[in-house]
Ligand binder design. Structure first.
Ligand code: SAH
Ligand code: SF4
Length: 428
């Protein structure tokens, strides 16, 4: 291959990149555009595309190593060069957190503006950042097409957990979950998922990536959305998060939470390999059908069998069962005993996370009493399983995991309440 100059660009060829990228854009739209995703249809693999921004540049964030190399080749960088530059870029992007090509000192001075013209390294737009009195932080983020989603960082004495969203909204409509009431749903693309981790690292000042002494040590896919209904993008994003030369988070420190998309669970274990959390929430068909409607498609027994078969689960890496405590709905002693029976029946290496229900305006349930939650926990604990009660965090900024809803919508609700109160006052 002849080089035009020392940047290693290919000479001569008149490849219509614009048109090619235009085509890619069409593919991307199919994968991520706002659309009613049929809630009860399992995801089909969608071809990944190079994400082009409104300014015509290709976003490098969220591309796999291979896609990054291909992006450079598509822009006419000679293959050997593309391979080398992809490796350097990867390190700058994910190890150093750099977003400006001009700062990439081991890339030749001529090549840096060339990259700048064609590529960008994005971050999600931050609409609002809040800090709770207990140190929990919440960010309201906006996609390029104007949709809001959230992420939360929960610092603890020995760890810091980032709660990451996988979708805007959720199609599954669990009755106790605020996210399930959002009308608009779309899958987040890998750049938007990885972008949450990058933003958190920016905010915590954690560049370059350190093996020790980090504040952000754990990731839970427990924000908005059902990660197993956005399998390919979540897999791509977590692959990047786990890459040793980049963000380098161990799979043991990442937990994916699912409401029970049974056909995707084995693939999640084999292809992503992170810890599994299952939103069980009920032990009888009637109650689970009501509160987690996906149960009508994949019942409790089928779900527990998929847990028993989950690759990589053992006593050192147990499956977490999440159980939201709803007053007089799923919180009796009998239900606690039934939960233990089921765990034993399937010989599950399990722990149970009891989550006090966090109410939202118009929610059809109340939280169980503290005494009830303690009694429930006690029964499971006596049977030999750990059953901690999750302490609500960031309540003053509405930051509890799994019930995120955009502040914009909350504001409009608050606005509506205020208007209703004014009307009432005027009438009275
Ligand atoms: N869709 C996935 C992951 C996101 S939800 C899932 O359902 O597992 C993350 C967790 O938060 C789930 O266990 C969910 O049931 C829980 N959750 C949702 N709304 C809640 C609420 N109002 N109070 C307490 N926990 C809630
Ligand atoms: Fe979706 Fe999870 Fe909320 Fe259910 S609990 S509606 S699956 S985000």
């Amino acid at each position: 291959m002849r080089h035009d100059d020392d940047t290693g660009r290919r000479s001569g060829a008149v490849l219509e990149i614009g048109r090619e990228i235009g085509y890619m854009r069409v593919m991307l739209d199919t994968a991520a555009a706002p659309m009613p995703i049929p809630g009860h249809i399992d995801p089909v693999p969608v071809p990944r595309a190079l994400p082009m921004r409104k300014d015509g540049r290709v976003d490098l964030l969220g591309l796999t190593r291979e896609e990054l190399r291909l992006a450079l080749e598509t822009a006419q960088l000679e293959p050997k060069q593309a391979k080398l530059r992809a490796k350097q870029l990867w390190h700058w992007i994910y190890n150093r957190g750099v977003t400006d090509f001009a700062l990439m000192t081991d890339i030749s001075k001529q090549l840096r503006p060339w990259l700048e013209q064609r590529f960008a390294i994005s971050r999600p737009e931050v609409v609002e950042a809040q800090v709770s009195s207990d140190g929990t932080r919440k960010w309201l983020l906006r996609t390029d097409d104007g949709q809001d989603y959230e992420m939360v960082f929960i610092p603890d004495a020995d760890r810091g957990t980032l709660c990451v969203s996988s979708q805007v909204g959720c199609t599954l409509n669990c009755r106790f979950c605020h996210t399930g009431t959002m009308r608009l749903v779309r899958n987040l693309v890998p750049a938007e998922i990885v972008g949450q981790v990058m933003l958190a690292r920016d905010a915590l000042g954690e560049w370059p990536s350190q093996p020790e002494g980090r504040m952000l040590t754990n990731i839970v896919m427990m924000g908005m959305g059902e990660p197993l209904y956005n399998f390919d993008h979540v897999k791509g994003a977590l692959g990047i998060v786990m890459d040793g030369d980049g963000l380098a988070l161990s799979k043991r420190r990442i937990t994916l939470s699912t409401s029970g998309v049974v056909p995707m669970m084995a693939r999640a274990g084999e292809e992503i390999g992170v810890n599994l959390a299952v939103s069980l929430h009920a032990v009888t068909k009637d109650v689970r059908d009501e509160i987690v409607p996906l149960n009508k498609k994949y019942g409790i027994e089928e779900l527990l069998q998929a847990c028993a078969d989950y690759p990589g689960a053992n006593n050192a890496r147990r499956i977490t069962f999440e159980y939201v405590m709803l007053r007089d709905k799923n919180d009796s002693d009998d239900e606690a005993r039934e939960l233990v029976r089921l765990i034993r029946k399937y010989r599950l290496p399990a722990k149970v996370n009891l989550i006090p229900f966090n109410p939202w305006p118009g929610a059809p349930y109340e939280c169980s009493t503290p005494d009830r939650i303690r009694a429930f926990s006690e029964i499971i604990f006596e049977a030999g399983y750990s059953a901690p009660i999750r302490t609500p965090r960031g309540r003053d900024i509405d930051a509890a995991c799994g019930q995120l809803k955009t502040a914009a919508e909350k504001k409009s609700r608050a606005e509506l309440d205020r208007l209703a109160a004014e009307k009432q006052a005027a009438l009275g």
